[in-house]
Design a protein around this ligand. Structure first.
Ligand code: NDP
Length: 329
């Protein structure tokens, strides 16, 4: 069984007299800073003089440069995009990593692949919400909690776990229970979802759209059926609430029989080979190397792929369908 940490396992007083430096006030940074402050933690915000910094100031946080925040913070949270973390870490954080400090991540990528390798006497910790930033804040404010993974990669101070759990509690992550993991497991799971699960879903949805419209169905009706009605989103929500098969009670017997009787033939048997290939590329580091090369070259492939995706007919149709379904206004 996975080890799960709850509020009772975390001592918030570990963070007394400690300053948490949030570097990057974006999706995660803002939500995490607000949650921590509401839990009584001293928070400072570091970054560049941009709209995010202005927002942090407007929200009432002391703001400063990344280097100043790294110098002043006891727990330094790198909540900037993964692609810029290496450079910001090297130039503006590393010089201030004195013994006893902790470096916190919301995703294991840069540490797991060795792009960031902090000195041994530093704690390297992770509190990784399984939730977008607005959900991190909403879950805290509503009292419901924030689903998360927690991990310690390096325990330089001997206090890395108490710090991680206190941080997770202050974020609202131990209310429901935070699952203990490793930087490796978090990174590999996250990438497997991104490299196999979501591409498969995208391909099935867009492929079904192409197939059904080519077969003579009305494009608007196809789009409504596949995802625009939000029925699919409702089904996913019920899966999370009551269970993937238990939610079938909300569907008709005809629907249940159709799904169960066709489930195993819906995809070719070779699908499991695609899964193995995706995991292999993640594990042997070839995806990470490919992504590093892509960044260094200025994103030529990424740009091409995005352009091709946005050229698909479905993009215009989505806008038109929204207009059509506005109640005739
Ligand atoms: P964002 O894309 O929202 O960017 C975060 C902030 O970083 C922005 O304020 C941005 O400022 C700032 N920034 C960009 N470049 C620099 C720089 N060179 N120096 C200082 N600040 C900079 O990031 P996310 O919040 O999405 O991601 C942060 C981390 O959280 C990542 O490790 C990600 O993997 C992880 N994560 C993200 C989740 C999500 O829901 N998005 C979920 C779980 C984990 P500006 O406004 O100028 O661009």
């Amino acid at each position: 069984m996975a080890r799960v940490h709850y509020d009772a396992d975390a001592d918030l007083s570990v963070l007394d007299n400690k300053a948490v430096a949030i570097i990057g006030y974006g999706n995660q940074g803002r939500a995490q800073a607000l949650n921590l402050r509401d839990s009584g933690v001293k928070v400072i915000v570091g970054g560049i003089a941009d709209a995010s910094q202005a927002k942090a100031k407007e929200d009432g946080f002391p703001t400063m440069s990344t280097a100043e925040a790294a110098a002043a913070g006891d727990i330094i949270c790198l909540l900037i995009p993964d692609e810029v973390q290496q450079q910001v870490y090297r130039d503006q954080v590393l010089p201030y990593l004195t013994p006893g400090k902790a470096l916190d991540f919301a995703h294991g990528y840069n540490v797991h692949y060795g792009f960031i390798a902090p000195p041994r006497e530093i704690d390297v910790i992770m509190v990784a919400p399984r939730m977008i930033g607005v959900g991190v804040r909403d879950g805290y404010v509503s009292g419901g909690g924030v689903p998360a993974f927690v991990a310690v990669h390096q325990d330089g101070s001997g206090q890395a776990w108490p710090k991680t759990l206190a941080f997770a509690r202050a974020m609202g992550c131990t209310r429901l229970g935070a699952i203990e993991t490793t930087f490796r497991e978090e990174t590999e799971l996250d990438h497997f979802s991104e490299h196999f699960v979501w591409p498969s879903i995208f391909r099935i949805l867009v492929g079904s759209f192409d197939f059904l419209t080519a077969s003579g169905f009305q494009p608007e009706a196809v789009l409504m059926e596949l995802w625009a009605s939000k029925e699919a989103a409702e089904v996913l929500e019920r899966m999370a609430d009551v269970g993937i098969f238990r939610q079938m009670d909300f569907h008709s017997p005809t629907s249940q029989y159709g799904t169960l009787s066709r489930m195993n033939r819906a995809l070719p048997a070779s699908t499991s080979e695609c899964m193995a290939e995706a995991l292999e590329e993640i594990r042997d580091g070839s995806f990470a190397r490919e992504w590093e090369r892509e960044q260094a070259a200025g994103y030529p492939v990424f740009t091409r792929l995005k352009q091709a995706a946005f050229k698909h007919a479905v993009n215009d149709l989505e806008v038109k369908l929204k207009e059509l379904l506005d109640g005739g206004r």
